[in-house]
Design a protein around this ligand. Sequence first.
Ligand code: SF4
Length: 132
Amino acid sequence: MFWVENKSLFIISTFVQMPRFNFNDTRNILGKLTFRRLWNGVKVLGSYYASRISNKPIQWGYPVSISFEPTTSCNLRCPECPSGLRAFTRPTGMLHNDFFRKTIDEIHKELLYLIFYFQGEPYLNPDFLAMV
Ligand code: SF4
């Protein structure tokens, strides 16, 4: 009984925290969905379950979503950010446009979602708008 009550509480709190359904976002992402991207998603999900069942790392398909980081540099100094603190363990620099182009050319038919941000200020990369 206690477990059921906790589960109900969890479900309620999950719904309370869920973002509202956005028709435009949903229509936009469904408009990008092709059979190839859907099949890639099925392969990625299948590899997840195959890995869980076999207890071995199995990877099918390409990433469904990726995040590019146009630059690790930033002109601000936000204290919670490795870029702002200049505390990266990797080099600070700009993503090269030819590397970006080569990667996108390889995976764009499977890729459903692309984010142009991780850390750093994307507009500091002089090629940023050409990438977009
Ligand atoms: S990348 Fe974003 S969070 Fe980090 S220092 Fe720059 S503005 Fe702040």
